[in-house]
Design a protein around this ligand. Sequence first.
Ligand SMILES: NC(=O)C[C@H](N)C(=O)O
Length: 345
Amino acid sequence: MIIPVPEVNFTASPFYNPSLKNVVILATGGTIAGSGEAHKTLNYEPGALSIQDLLDSVPHLEHVANCAGVQVSNLCSADITSEHWLTLAALINTLALREDVHGFVITHGTDTLDETSYFLNLVIKTDKPVIITGSMRPATAISPDGPLNLYQSVALAANPEASGQGVMVVFAEGIYSGRDVQKVNTFKANAFDERDFGCLGYMRDSEAFFYTRSLKKHTTAAQFDISALEQLPQVSVAYFHVDADPGILDYLATLSKGIVIAGAGGGIYSKPWIDKVGELKNNDIPVVRCSRISSGITLKDSYIDLSANSIPCNSLVPQKARILLSLALTQTTGYEEIAAMFNEY
Ligand SMILES: NC(=O)C[C@H](N)C(=O)O
C-alpha cells in the first residue's frame, strides 16, 4: 500500500449535512490538480494542488454531498503504477464496507485514466458508485474544466442510480463506462469517448440521465481477487507495423509473463511474427491479439490463428487488454480459460 487506510470523518466538516450522501474523494494528481502560468493551458505542473484546494474550488459542492478528501498521490498520470492501482482498490474495498460511505470519486490525470478505470472496474468489490474524473485544463487556465467535472462526479457518486454500474468516468458532461472509455483528443476539453459504443448518459448540472449500460461483467460479478497481491504479473504491448522486427517479441518475453500485440487491421501481423507467437506459446507466454485501430473488434481468425496461437482481444484496446491479461495470469496460463475471460470482461 502506498498509503495506509486513512481516517475518513464526514461529520468533522463545518458544512456536514446529515440529509446528504457521504462521498470519499481519492486524489491522485493530474491536470485537474495542475498549476502554472496564469490563463494558459500549456506549461503547467500537473499534481501541484492538494485535494483540499480542489474541493475548495468547486462552488455549491456542500449542497450536493458531504465530501472527505484523501490524498493518495499527486502525480502526472504517466507516473501512476500498478502499485497505485492496488492501493486505490484496497482503499475502496475497505472503505466501502463502512455504512456511512455511500460513494467514491477518484481525481486522476487524463493520460492513463482509461487504464485505471478498467483495472478498478475488474477488481473493486462493491456496488457503491465509483466515479473517475480529471480535467484537460489546469486550475490556473482560463475556464478550467476541473471544477465542473468534479462537481458532476460527486453528484453522480451520491446518486443511487449509479449503483451497480461498475466504475464510471464523468468528463465534459458525459458519463462513460470504465471498460470502454478512451481518451480521443490530446487537448480538447471534450477529450473522452467510448469507442463504438457511445456514452452511458449525460450529466446536466447535478442531475444524471442514463440511456444505456455495459453488458460486460465487472466489480462484484468479476472473478479477480487482488487482496493478497503485492504486484501484478508484467504484461507488455508490442506495436506491429510494416517491417516490424519480430525480435521485439523475444525481448519483451524476457520481461513479461504475457504479451499483447497491437496488430494491423483486425489484429493481424506478418508471417515472421506468426512464427514467433507460436514459439512464445510453447514457452508458456500467452499472447493476446488486438488492433492498433481504436474501433471495431478482433475475433478468432482462421488465417492468423492457424499457426499463431494467439487469443483475440474481442473489443479491448491494447492498453486495456494488457490489464485483463495480467489479472487473468493471477489465476491461470491456460489459453482456453484466458480466451473465455476476453469474451466475458
Ligand atoms: N490532462 C491531464 O491530466 C494530462 C496530464 N499529463 C496527466 O495525465 O496527468
